[in-house]
Design a protein around this ligand. Sequence first.
Ligand SMILES: *Cc1c(COP(=O)(O)O)cnc(C)c1O
Length: 440
Amino acid sequence: MHNRPTRREVLGAASAGLVASQVARPASTDKLALLGGSPVRRTPFPSWPVIADNEERAWMEVLRNGKWNRLDGNHAREFEEIWARTLGAKYCLATANGTSALFTSLNALGIGPGDEVIVPPYTFVATVNAVLLQHALPIFVDTDPETSQIDAGKIEAAITYRTRCILPVHLGGSPADLDTILEIGRKHKIPVLEDACQAHLAEWRHRKVSTLGALGCFSFQASKNLNSGEGGAILTNDDELYRACQSFHNNGRGKSGSGFAYMRNGANLRMTEFQATLLIEQLKRVEEQSRTREQNAAYLTKQFSEIPGIRPARMYSGATRNAYHLYMFRYDKEHFAGLERGQFLKAMNAEGIHCSGGYTPLNKEPFLKHTFDSRAYRAIYEAKQLLEWTERNHCAANDKLCEEAVWFTQTMLLGPREDMDQIVEAVRKIRRQAGALRAS
Ligand SMILES: *Cc1c(COP(=O)(O)O)cnc(C)c1O
């Protein structure tokens, strides 16, 4: 009975064969999956979120105790304490989601109609929507194509007497150039609000991002590196800003949190106890997952450095830790026989390596023009100012980046080293066959 190979032995032999075939791949197996060949990878990448017994127990405990609201329970408070301690901030305020964390922060800073807020065009739309919710004017500053972050060297030229906030994003989990941005903020006395919604545990000079500006915001939406389906948080070291955020997110109520004493206007943007209990459990894995992503990303970057036409997003020298919510690189078709990026993406996906082309230019979105045409915006801003906005709003480097970018999501970095080898092999295979694909 020992002659019969176990399932494990069969799988082991199959994967050993796979590795061997990668070393010396005969031309016949090099056919692209898009052209009918066999794909480099047939198995899915790690699934997300990671769920285990601890999540199930924690969730059931909240369900059964009936304290589902943070005014009754203590899980949201506990999560806030852990996350503030983990990041090294004085205060953490949990919110319903990342958009409401940004919205609350802008309210605490008193940003409103007539104010200008400096934002990057290379970000998720929520960054800009939070500004529009305040009837403020988003001013786009071009992207540094080497890093995919806001080009900090171009911020100062965008500042006017109306500028009330600088809102950089640590896109993909890679820190924006905080030395330059914070210095500009100090010089012009303009608060910096960090959108760290993709940057859990990322660091600038060994300090966690979100704690360096006046305020920092996180998202715990389902795709993010720390996930409770929906969720958010604000970090700050400032007593007054914390109190303003705390009150605003709880319908402007006073310190006790319940009752009918009002400090200010506000909204209900509170996190539920269910979200908080999931976060407390998911937090137990976040450090290890983050390290796995870093190791895999470093390996990928090293491999990609040997492939002409693949240029991974660079990090600033002050960035001491990248959260790798995204693995981003630029694709140069000149090194792929002129093969368009769209075709490259299709070919990669056919090989079993999921990737996307990332964002489109946010500053050119028609919905911005529609918003500025609204009765509210026309009441607040002079036609001349809105016209000037159009003239100021050019982000040529960002336009180009949007045409060249390729992204992998964070979950693809959570598996073993062999997954990275398959990603690299798919890119190499497409490069070898780019001419054949173009001619097909
Ligand atoms: C996810 C995200 C947000 C918004 O967070 P939600 O929790 O989805 O509201 C804001 N900014 C950036 C950069 C994001 O990636």
